[in-house]
Write a protein of this length. Structure first.
Length: 91
């Protein structure tokens, strides 16, 4: 495949990732309680992993796989720990 076509095709997921990041950041900022913010941050870590995967496809460099695994592990541990010790919000 021609490299110019390959890079043009990769612009679509990059654009969609930026749109989803903006929506998720809006959710984190305006979340009515801490659980909504936690879900937004969990989604943000997943989108960051997708951005790293898109970069990996773009640059044909597989050295970011270890960073993706570390981010996945930290995202899981942080979500579980915050959910475990979360107190009920006052409404």
């Amino acid at each position: 495949m021609d490299p110019q076509i390959y890079h043009a095709i990769l612009l679509v997921p990059a654009f969609l990732l930026w749109v989803s990041v903006l929506i998720t950041v809006w959710r984190i900022i305006t979340g009515p309680n801490s659980l909504d913010r936690l879900v937004g941050m969990d989604g943000f870590t997943a989108m960051f992993q997708c951005a790293l995967a898109t970069y990996m496809c773009w640059s044909l460099d597989t050295s970011v796989v270890s960073a993706m695994l570390v981010i996945a592990l930290l995202g899981f541990i942080s979500t579980v720990s915050v959910t475990r010790f979360r107190k009920r919000d006052n409404q």
